[in-house]
Design a protein around this ligand. Structure first.
Ligand code: XLS
Ligand code: NI
Ligand code: NI
Length: 442
């Protein structure tokens, strides 16, 4: 089967032209074929396109309708339109050279008037996606279920006060897992869209968290029963659409998973914009997950620090990404995860070409950050500074503290005796910030 090359007729496959590239539609830093440590850059980066933004996004916002009109969005039968749209998406993947995609069930296939009809639509489109994956070599990074758009989920899905809604959500995730399995998905994501609350006046917080855990246990059991080997990922976000979401950030996610005995089955999908909404840096969330060996995947985007919502912009901030990348590389990479562009065009960016500029910018920024982070880690200057900073815990009484051999009494004796008052040591933040800038700007 061939994907018809009719949807982006004016745009050729994006070529790597290096930092001095003359064309705007060219990569300056991302050379997918470049070999680094025996692996291509494409294999290192595992870039993924978010179907919902790039192929379902219309530019609508709470103040007005969509602005983006794609030529393939015509026809009466929504399942046929879904298939043609998917042809366009896979053509885009090939031209932008992104080897992975990610979807919600309802992005790829229309919701029917009954669950049975929705399942039928999904199966038809999944069969089409399977053929496209085979024809293009594009693979599925992860699947997920949209448990937040339909009005039935207005008070949550697995945390809904009505057990009937819980049951519906369970049935929907069952099919989304089947679809992900059918398409060879390497991960499955749970983002708690409306799994939170608007007001505690009508909410039993403890019961809702118990139900969320029961739901995730059912998902684990079902995945096992169908032989799904992909990694389960929680995608934390503190708020939006609800005022308070239960998976607030990675730290609260870890506490939740451990409380309910789910910590072995889940890792985290960390989204830059969700980190900043929670009052953290992107790198902070990565470090917290990595510290518990729970770093799974990245939803690559950026927020606007002047705005309090998820603006889902393409991230071109090389400094932020370089810092994040040092933490990711130190953690040993993302394993079965990848960098999924959960990012959308700005409302006035209505040209098909803008979709290319957006992803080129994101891919180049990440590839540059990857190279800078590798250099930083190879030089080891920051690492040796940090190691020195904690060196007092490597020997003597410091080692006794770290290995559990010291106690309040033994330490009191030392301080009253030969230790006395500690000598202050500089944290050298400004020196380190300058060192970082030297890597970024020479
Ligand atoms: C929304 C989330 C969502 C998840 C998938 O803020 O980022 O897009 O990635 O459900
Ligand atoms: Ni996301
Ligand atoms: Ni988001």
């Amino acid at each position: 089967m061939k994907t018809s090359p009719a949807h982006f007729p004016k745009i050729k496959t994006i070529a790597y032209e290096g930092p001095g590239a003359a064309h705007a539609l060219a990569f300056r830093h991302y050379n997918p074929d470049e070999i680094v440590d025996g692996k291509s850059l494409s294999e290192h980066m595992r870039f993924s396109i978010a179907y919902w933004h790039s192929f379902r996004g219309t530019g609508s916002d709470p103040f007005g309708p969509g602005t983006i009109v794609r030529p393939w969005e015509t026809g009466k039968d929504p399942v046929s339109v879904a298939k043609v749209r998917m042809n366009a998406a896979f053509e885009f993947h090939q031209k932008i050279r992104a080897p992975f995609w990610a979807f919600h069930d309802r992005d790829i296939a229309p919701e029917g008037s009954t669950l049975a009809q929705s399942n039928k639509n999904l199966e038809a489109v999944v069969a089409h996606a399977k053929q496209l994956q085979k024809a293009t070599g594009v693979k599925l990074l992860w699947g997920t279920a949209n448990l937040f758009s339909h009005p039935r989920y207005m008070c949550g899905a697995s945390t809904n006060p009505d057990a009937h809604v819980f049951a519906y959500a369970a049935a929907q995730v069952k099919s989304a897992l089947d679809a992900t399995q059918e398409l060879g998905g390497e991960n499955y994501v749970f983002w708690g869209g409306r799994e939170g609350y608007e007001t505690l006046l009508n909410t039993n917080l403890k019961r809702e968290q118990d139900h969320l855990a029961a739901f995730l246990h059912m998902a684990v059991d079902y995945a096992k029963s169908i032989g799904f080997k992909g990694q389960f990922l929680i995608e934390p976000k503190p708020k939006e659409p609800t005022k308070h979401q239960y998976d607030f950030d990675v730290a609260s996610g870890i506490a939740f998973l451990r409380t309910y005995g789910l910590e072995k089955q889940f890792k985290f999908n960390i989204e830059t914009n969700h980190a900043t909404l929670a009052g953290h840096t992107f790198q902070h969330e990565i470090e917290v997950a990595a510290s518990q060996n729970m770093l799974g995947s990245i939803d690559a985007n950026s927020g606007d620090l002047l705005l309090g919502w998820d603006t889902d912009q393409f991230n071109t901030d090389v400094k932020e990404l370089t810092l994040a990348m040092t933490s990711i590389l130190k953690a040993g990479g993302l394993g079965s995860g990848g960098f999924n562009f959960d990012a959308k065009l700005r409302r006035p960016s209505i040209d098909a070409e803008d979709l290319f500029h957006a992803h080129i910018g994101g891919m180049d920024a990440y590839a540059l950050a990857f190279k800078l982070a590798r250099k930083i880690l190879a030089d080891g200057k920051f690492d040796s500074f940090v190691a020195d900073r904690y060196a007092s815990f490597d020997t003597g009484f410091g080692k006794d503290i770290a290995t559990g051999k010291a106690n309040f009494k033994s330490l009191e004796k030392l301080v009253l005796g030969k230790l006395g008052e500690p000598t202050p040591k500089s944290g050298k933040q400004e020196y380190l910030e300058n060192l970082l800038n030297a890597y970024l700007h020479g």
